[in-house]
Design a protein around this ligand. Structure first.
Ligand SMILES: [Mn+2]
Length: 228
C-alpha cells in the first residue's frame, strides 16, 4: 500500500513530487527563509512535516494523538517555528510508530531547513518551569546525534489523552528527532510530580532552546572545523 520503507524523506506519496522530499529542501538561498518539507512514508506511517525556522509560531498539528498534538503545538509555538505536522500512523498497533516517525520527519526537515548553519548561535540552554515541575535543557546544533534523557516516570504515569500517549514515548520522540536532525540534546527533570506538567515543560524547554540556538547572529559557520 505505501511507498518504500526507507529512512529520511521519501519523494513519493499522495502529494506531487515537486512538493516533496529532501531534494527540494534547504531552500534558504532561493527564498531567504530557512524552510523545509519532509514527507516520509512507510508501512507503519505517513508523515508530512513542513517547517519554517524563521516563522512566527504558527502551528497546525494532527497526529491522531491529541496529547502529542498538544506537545508539538508547544514545540512550534515556543521555538517560533511555523510548523505543520500531519501523521497517519498505525494507531491500531499503538502510538509508537506514529510518535517515532514524526520525530524522524521533523528532525529531517529541521536539518534541511538549517542548511549549512551559517551564522547560527548553535548552543543554548534553558530551564523552564510549569507549576511544580522544572526541566533543564541544553542543546548543540552539533551535527552529531546524541540524546541524554533524564526524565523518569513512575508506574503511576498513565497514558495521556485518547488515543493515549504513554509518557515514555516522549523519549522515543526525542531520540528519533535528535538522530535525524543531528543535534546534541540533554533533557533533565529537576523535579516535578504531574506527568502532563513534566512533559509539557520538557517540550517547552526544548522549544526555547531551539529558538535560541537557531537564531542567526552572523555569517560564519560556528565551528573551528568550518563545518557543522
Ligand atoms: Mn498542557
Amino acid at each position: 500500500m505505501a511507498a518504500p520503507a526507507e529512512p529520511g524523506c521519501a519523494e513519493s506519496g499522495p502529494r506531487a513530487p515537486a512538493e516533496l522530499g529532501t531534494r527540494e529542501l534547504g531552500i534558504r538561498e532561493q527564498t531567504g527563509r530557512r524552510s523545509a518539507v519532509c514527507h516520509r512514508v512507510t508501512k507503519e506511517s505517513d508523515v508530512f512535516v513542513e517547517v519554517d525556522l524563521d516563522g512566527s509560531g504558527r502551528t497546525q498539528v494532527a497526529t491522531g494523538l491529541p496529547f502529542f498534538d498538544h506537545m508539538l503545538g508547544q514545540l512550534g509555538r515556543h521555538a517560533n517555528l511555523d510548523l505543520t505536522v500531519r501523521t497517519a500512523g498505525d494507531l491500531e498497533v499503538d502510538a509508537h510508530h506514529s510518535v517515532e516517525d514524526t520525530g524522524i520527519a521533523l528532525g529531517a526537515a529541521l536539518a534541511e531547513g538549517l542548511g549549512d548553519k551559517a551564522g547560527v548561535r548553535r548552543f543554548a540552554s534553558v530551564s523552564i518551569p510549569l507549576d511544580e515541575s522544572l526541566v533543564d535543557v541544553a542543546l548543540d546544533l552539533s551535527g552529531r546525534p546524541y540524546l541524554r534523557y533524564e526524565v523518569p516516570f513512575g508506574p503511576e504515569a498513565v497514558p495521556l489523552g485518547s488515543p493515549g500517549f504513554e509518557p515514555q514515548l516522549a523519549e522515543e520522540f526525542w531520540r528519533a528527532f535528535v538522530t535525524s536532525a543531528g543535534l546534541t540534546l540533554h533533557i533533565s527533570l529537576r523535579y516535578g510530580r504531574n506527568t502532563h506538567h513534566v512533559l509539557e515543560a520538557s517540550f517547552k524547554a526544548v522549544a526555547r532552546a531551539l529558538r535560541d540556538a537557531l537564531r542567526v547572529e552572523g555569517d560564519a559557520i560556528p565551528s573551528t572545523k568550518g563545518v557543522l
